[in-house]
Design a protein around this ligand. Structure first.
Ligand code: NAD
Length: 459
């Protein structure tokens, strides 16, 4: 394995923590910094705080060995050769990315830097952020020859974050200096030269993939745009198939067949052609808005992205209409809800379309009995239990005595529910599936009225 590098990762959230344990897994020494004392204490005790497959195993392997946790960024800065900034870049009121956390970290690093260090943008940031970080460093008195700023965007998906990090499609490094590019090349060498895949004491069940990822060097600005353009393109693909699904509903065609037929074209590909209740989560909505805002500020017409957002918002309105159409009226109806996270296999509810739909249905006078395998604790902070909201211990309890059952998150385990058992405890056998998780013919054989997205309803 290539030689070990001393790395600091600032921000121990979904990206920072995963990056930190994976860098340790790749053989590096890592300091994980967060300004949330509670988080650092929990991580030191071995609690991951987020639901992410393989994270507890890796944390267990390296905690107190290759990986340390602290709140002191100054100490971490002095000890490290590369500092990855992985703090949040949330959407501001104007749609822009709020870069105040990134700025605060850059200024704090500047105050402690005492030797050449590479500052790496891991957070998703708009083009030109690299230059702003450089300016912030210089304004805080750091000589230009003591640092470089590199863009290394992250493409992991929540739910499969560890496997994605260690088995990426590509690693993008935007660097305008050879010295910095070489350090990033060294950090990722265990993956890009393949030694990690040959020698790793792999975690059982993680991934058998041994293909070596491509390491792509670009300019810093190109790397920044690659990340925003990739997320905006994926969101566009989702909105496109959602619009197609609406057309299918209007014509009694079947979007599953349409998407399959489209996806067989190698220029299109089958992925991200699944219609539903719209994209959500902490990335797509804010990244599309930020990318659109960048284009606006630069005088570039990218109104296509406004349409992507419009279709996405409308998809939720259409779903509420579907529920109403199935039940006649909504006031006073008791609805079972399966799934609150923004997607399956995660506990993240940030910008979750499921949460938004629950709120919309509650505003219509429905009462909700919800179950999610991992996100209920977080959901209860946003929608507390009350007369209109109850949290169930499992899917069957959520379905019991309801007028209809709604599927709002594509948790894999929902596919294995005992349909006969679900049906037997419901007031009416109506299942409205926002994620197209079931085969309409199977649902019909279990006597469900089954409403899905872009496919004919089965009675
Ligand atoms: P997160 O909110 O889960 O984590 C951010 C962490 O940064 C928090 O723990 C917070 O306490 C910490 N923090 C904030 N200010 C700090 C400071 N001054 N010093 C130290 N720590 C500080 O966010 P996330 O989901 O991990 O996302 C981080 C970035 O990565 C964002 O830009 C996001 O767009 C991008 N990204 C996210 C994903 C994803 O799936 N979540 C994927 C790719 C890229």
């Amino acid at each position: 394995m290539s030689s070990s590098i001393q790395i600091a990762v600032v921000g121990s959230g979904y990206v920072g923590l995963v990056a930190a344990v994976c860098f340790a897994e790749m053989g590096h020494q890592v300091i994980c910094v967060d300004n949330d004392e509670r988080k650092v204490t929990a991580l030191r005790a071995g609690e991951t705080l987020i639901h992410e497959e393989f994270l507890p195993e890796l944390l267990g392997r390296y905690r107190n060995e290759r990986i340390r946790f602290m709140t002191d960024l100054a100490e971490a800065t002095r000890e490290s050769d590369a500092i990855f900034i992985a703090v949040g870049t949330p959407q501001s009121e104007t749609g822009d990315a709020d870069l105040s956390y990134v700025e605060a970290v850059a200024c704090e690093i500047a105050r402690s830097l005492n030797k050449y260090t590479v500052i790496v943008e891991k957070s998703t940031v708009p083009v030109y952020t690299n230059e702003w970080i450089r300016r912030a460093m210089e304004r805080n008195g750091v000589p230009r020859n003591l640092f470089d700023v590199v863009s290394n965007p992250e493409f992991l998906r929540e739910g499969t974050a560890v496997a994605d990090f260690l088995h990426p499609d590509r690693i993008v490094v935007g660097a305008d200096s050879e010295r910095a590019a070489a350090i990033l090349g060294k950090i990722y060498a265990p993956l890009t030269e393949g030694s990690y895949y040959k020698t790793s004491d792999a975690i059982p069940g993680m991934c058998n993939e041994t293909a070596v990822p491509q390491l792509l060097f670009t300019s810093t600005k190109s790397a920044e745009i690659i990340k925003h353009a990739s997320n905006a393109f994926l969101a566009l693909k989702i909105s496109f198939i959602n619009a197609v699904s609406n057309l299918c509903e209007a014509t009694d065609a079947n979007v599953q067949q349409v998407a399959h037929g489209m996806g067989l074209d190698s220029r299109i590909g089958p992925k991200f052609l699944r219609p539903g209740i719209g994209y959500g989560g902490s990335c797509f909505p804010k990244d599309v808005a930020a990318f659109r805002s960048v284009a606006d500020q630069l005088g570039v017409d990218f109104s296509l992205l406004t349409e992507v957002e419009k279709i996405n918002a409308n998809q939720k309105v259409r779903f509420v209409r579907k529920v109403r159409a199935a039940l006649w009226t909504l006031r006073g109806k008791r609805l079972g809800v399966l799934g609150l996270a923004f997607k399956g296999e995660t506990d993240d509810i940030r910008d979750s379309p499921a949460i938004e739909l629950v709120e919309m249905l509650m505003a219509e006078g429905c009462s909700i009995v919800a179950f999610d395998p991992a996100a209920m604790e977080r959901a209860a902070q946003v929608i507390p239990s009350g007369p209109q909201m109850t949290y169930a211990k499992d899917a069957y309890e959520a379905a019991a005595d309801t007028d209809a059952l709604l599927i709002l998150t594509d948790w894999a385990e929902f596919k294995h529910l005992d349909l006969a058992r679900l049906n037997s405890s419901m007031r009416y056998s109506i299942l409205i599936d926002g994620r197209n998780m079931f085969d309409p013919a199977v649902m019909a054989s279990h006597n469900f009225t089954y409403v899905s997205v872009g496919r004919p309803t089965s009675y």
